[in-house]
Write a protein that binds this ligand. Structure first.
Ligand SMILES: [Zn+2]
Length: 319
C-alpha cells in the first residue's frame, strides 16, 4: 500500500490511476471525531479496492469520513467522489466554477463531447482523429459516475486541527484550489505545482479561453506565500518551491517562443504535429496535445505576438 504519515497526523495516499503518472495522491486528516479527505481518485476497480484496503489498514469506518474537499474537477481527482459519498455520507466541497464544469462535462444531457469534436475540427484535426478523440472522451464518462453532490468551498478550512486558507489557483482548471497552512508553510497543491511534469494547461469548450495567462498569474501568487513543502497530487512532494515555480514559468516561455516561431500559416493541429513529432500519440493524448497547443496559441494572440485568421479551420500567422 502506498501510504505515508505526514504533518498534523495526516496521511498521503497513492490511489492508482490507469495513466502514466500511476497514482493520484489523496490526503486524509483527522478532524473532530472524524476525518477529512482531499481528492478521491478515478472511478475504477483498482481505486475502490485501494480505498477499502486503506480504511481497513487505518481502522477507519467509511462513516468516519465526514468531509471531502476536491482540489479540482478532473476525473483522476473527482471521478470516484460520487461513489465515495455513497459509502461515507460525507459532505463534499469544491470551487463553484469546477462544480459547474462537472455538470457541464458529465451531467445529464451534456453536449461537451460534441463541442469538443467541433473545437478540434475547427483547429484542423482530421475527421478520423477527431472522432477518436470524441469517442475516448465519451468513454471516460463511466469513470466519473455517479456525480458528487457539491457545496461551494469557503475561504478557510480546518483539518488536522489546523487552520488552512483556500487559495484559488486557476490555470490547470478554472476552479482549481490549493490549501495553505501558513504557520508551517505547507501547501496541499493538487495539480498546480508538480515535481516531474508540467501540469497540463489546456483550452476546453465552456472553460476559460486564457488558461495560460491565469496559470502563470496563479504561479506568481503562490510564489509570494511562504511555502516549505507542496504536497502535490502526482509524484513526490515539492521542496524547492520557488525554484520549481521559476522552472515552470521558464518552460512555458520557451514553449511560447517555439510555438511563435512555428505559427506561419498553420493550424493548431499542424503546429501540434511538429511539437509532438517525436511521439506516437493515442487519441487521448492527442486531445491534450491539441488543447494545450491552443492554450499557448491563445496566449500568443492575446499578447499580439501572432494573429488568428478566422477561416475554417483557423489559421495562425506571425505578426
Ligand atoms: Zn491530476
Amino acid at each position: 500500500m502506498n501510504i505515508e504519515g505526514i504533518e498534523f497526523g495526516g496521511y498521503r495516499i497513492g490511489i492508482p490511476v490507469p495513466f502514466p503518472m500511476k497514482y493520484v495522491y489523496c490526503y486524509l486528516f483527522k478532524q473532530g471525531n472524524g476525518y477529512v479527505m482531499i481528492d478521491v481518485g478515478l472511478n475504477y476497480r483498482a481505486a475502490k479496492d485501494t480505498w477499502h484496503e486503506v480504511f481497513d489498514h487505518l481502522g477507519i469506518a467509511p462513516r468516519d469520513i465526514q468531509t471531502i474537499y476536491l482540489t479540482h474537477f478532473h476525473p483522476d481527482h473527482s471521478g470516484l467522489s460520487g461513489w465515495m459519498q455513497e459509502q461515507t455520507g460525507a459532505d463534499l466541497y469544491m470551487h463553484e466554477i469546477d462544480a459547474a464544469m462537472i455538470e457541464r462535462v458529465w451531467g445529464a444531457g451534456s453536449v461537451q463531447v460534441v463541442r469538443l469534436k467541433e473545437m478540434v475540427l475547427q483547429h484542423g484535426v482530421p475527421e478520423e482523429l477527431a472522432a477518436g478523440i470524441a469517442d475516448h472522451m465519451d468513454k471516460l464518462g463511466k469513470n466519473v459516475l455517479p456525480l458528487p453532490v457539491t457545496k461551494p468551498i469557503g475561504d478557510r478550512l480546518e483539518f488536522g486541527e489546523k487552520q488552512w486558507k483556500v487559495i484559488h489557483t486557476p490555470g490547470h482548471s478554472a476552479g482549481h484550489v490549493c490549501f495553505y497552512q501558513e504557520e508551517e508553510g505547507i501547501l496541499i497543491g493538487g495539480d498546480h505545482i508538480l515535481e516531474r511534469i508540467t501540469p497540463n494547461i489546456s483550452v476546453w469548450p465552456g472553460a476559460s479561453q486564457h488558461p495560460l495567462h491565469e496559470y502563470i498569474a496563479s504561479l506568481r501568487k503562490v510564489k509570494k506565500l511562504s511555502i516549505q513543502k507542496v504536497y502535490s497530487a502526482h509524484h513526490s512532494p515539492v521542496q524547492n518551491v520557488g525554484e520549481r515555480i521559476d522552472e515552470l514559468i521558464e518552460h512555458h516561455d520557451e514553449r511560447l517562443a517555439y510555438i511563435e516561431s512555428l505559427a506561419d500559416y498553420k493550424t493548431a493541429f499542424e503546429i501540434a504535429e511538429v511539437l509532438f513529432a517525436h511521439r506516437e500519440l493515442t487519441p487521448h493524448q492527442w486531445r491534450f496535445a491539441i488543447a494545450e497547443t491552443i492554450a499557448h496559441l491563445n496566449y500568443l494572440v492575446h499578447e499580439k505576438r501572432i494573429a488568428k485568421q478566422s477561416q475554417h479551420p483557423i489559421i495562425y500567422v506571425k505578426k
